[in-house]
Ligand binder design. Structure first.
Ligand code: ATP
Length: 405
């Protein structure tokens, strides 16, 4: 896009993300910030052109901002906002903008207050965190000592500067930066709907949906094989009227395509959006006022790993082998016993056995109103087979809970 000095209200539709810090480029810290920001930006219909990590070297940081600003409407950086001389983000941006940082009296007062309240002498080195350049608005950091910046360039491009620690970065992005960006004109008006599928492979999903739909550009239908589901993501941007075709909003386009996708694969859908298994199961259990006990055998704990620690999960047993003498017990009976022993309303058991190179899975569910049993074969063995066994277990559980009314 070309430079235009009058485009101060330029809509921000492209972005680049910079992760600053030698700890990232040396591999000591995994960059999770860039991915999280990319997901958020994409959700707003902002196209991420590039993500880069840069070491704490002045010419590298400065160069990265300079070139990102030549390409993208918005540059979002994380890291390098600490008080030490190797935290170079502020001075690099000042140089790129041709401005001189000064100490912002409000920030200085806030910063000194943080130390005063704890009765500790303020380390003058930290004064650097009160720096601001004239074209930057500061972004509050309630979780740390490094305020962020939102810088408006005369050509309408924007730089958002966030701290490195994810627990500081996330709230600053969500509560401080995003509202200002949205107010300013941010992203395309893209609508997104995601269907989460289970019990089916990606290739079958793609086959059923069909090439015609999958090749379409607007609305776009795409499949993603995630660890916990096959996601079918439908997205659209508004389509202007052309020829005989009337104008369509993004949501109208999705309203047209969604029934076609549901007709093809609706039977496999267990959730929408970014719902996780524990969320879906938790809301069913809460609806009934029930709690859950689980027992898994030969899964390496993949079920409890998937569910995590939840208030409604009152017992989770992980067994390496079936206890002696209990081999003949029928799975449903065992599940009901587990439930009664744990004092919960619902029991879930899953056990696996290697069969050829694949994993034979047996799942049983017992609720106060019904029981269910399923045997399946999870493709492949090892870690992958074990985590698929856990998915088979939660799928039967959710299905059974949803049938109970
Ligand atoms: P502060 O002054 O609050 O520490 P900062 O902006 O100076 O913020 P850095 O010093 O660059 O942040 O990084 C601090 C910590 O934040 C790192 O040690 C690391 O744990 C985490 N961190 C930094 N960058 C990233 C990133 N891209 N992804 C995940 N974690 C990160």
């Amino acid at each position: 896009m070309e430079y235009s000095p009058t485009s101060a209200s330029r809509r921000l539709v492209t972005a680049e993300i910079l992760s600053i810090g030698t700890e990232i480029t040396s591999g000591e810290t995994r960059d999770t910030n860039a991915g999280e920001l990319a997901r958020s930006l994409t959700g707003f219909g902002v196209e991420v052109l590039r993500m880069a990590a840069v070491p704490d070297r002045r010419e590298a940081v400065e160069g990265a901002f300079r070139s990102a600003l030549e390409r993208a409407d918005l540059v979002v950086s994380t890291g390098g906002l600490g008080p030490t001389p190797d935290d170079l983000t502020r001075e690099s941006i000042a140089a790129v903008c041709g401005e001189t940082p000064t100490i912002d009296p409000d920030l200085e007062r806030w910063l000194r207050g943080l130390w005063d309240r704890r009765g500790i002498t303020f380390p003058e080195m930290n004064l650097k965190q009160a720096w601001r350049i004239p074209s930057a608005r500061s972004l509050a950091n309630p979780n740390g000592t490094a305020p962020g910046w939102l810088v408006e360039r005369p050509n309408g491009r924007v730089i958002v500067v966030l701290p490195g620690p994810p627990r500081e970065m996330r709230p600053m992005w969500r509560d401080e930066a995003l509202p200002r960006l949205i107010e300013r004109g941010f992203g395309s008006e893209r609508a997104v709907r995601t269907l989460r599928l289970t019990g089916v492979g990606e290739s079958i999903v793609a086959e059923r949906i069909g090439e015609a739909l999958l090749r379409q550009v607007n609305p776009e239908v795409a499949t993603y094989a995630r660890a916990d589901a096959i996601d079918v993501r439908m997205s659209a941007s508004p389509r202007p009227a052309s020829g005989d075709l009337p104008e369509r909003s993004a949501n109208e386009l999705l309203d047209e395509v969604e029934p076609l996708v549901l007709a093809a694969v609706g039977g496999y859908v267990w959730a929408r959006g970014d719902t996780s298994w524990p969320e879906a199961i938790g809301s069913e259990l809460e609806r009934h006022g029930w709690t859950l006990a689980t027992r898994e055998l030969g899964t390496g704990g993949s079920l409890v790993t998937l569910l995590g620690s939840r208030p409604w999960l009152v017992r989770s047993e992980v067994l390496a082998e079936r206890p002696r003498g209990s081999g003949r017990a029928d799975a449903v009976g065992e599940t009901a016993e587990l439930r009664d022993a744990a004092g919960s309303e619902v029991g879930l058991t899953v056990s696996t056995r290697m069969r050829g190179g694949d994993t034979a899975v047996s799942v049983a569910v017992a609720t106060p109103v019904r029981t269910a049993r399923r045997r399946t074969v999870a493709f492949l063995g090892g870690e992958l087979g074990r985590s698929r066994a856990a998915l088979a277990a939660v799928a039967l559980l959710l299905e059974t809970l949803r049938r109970d009314d």
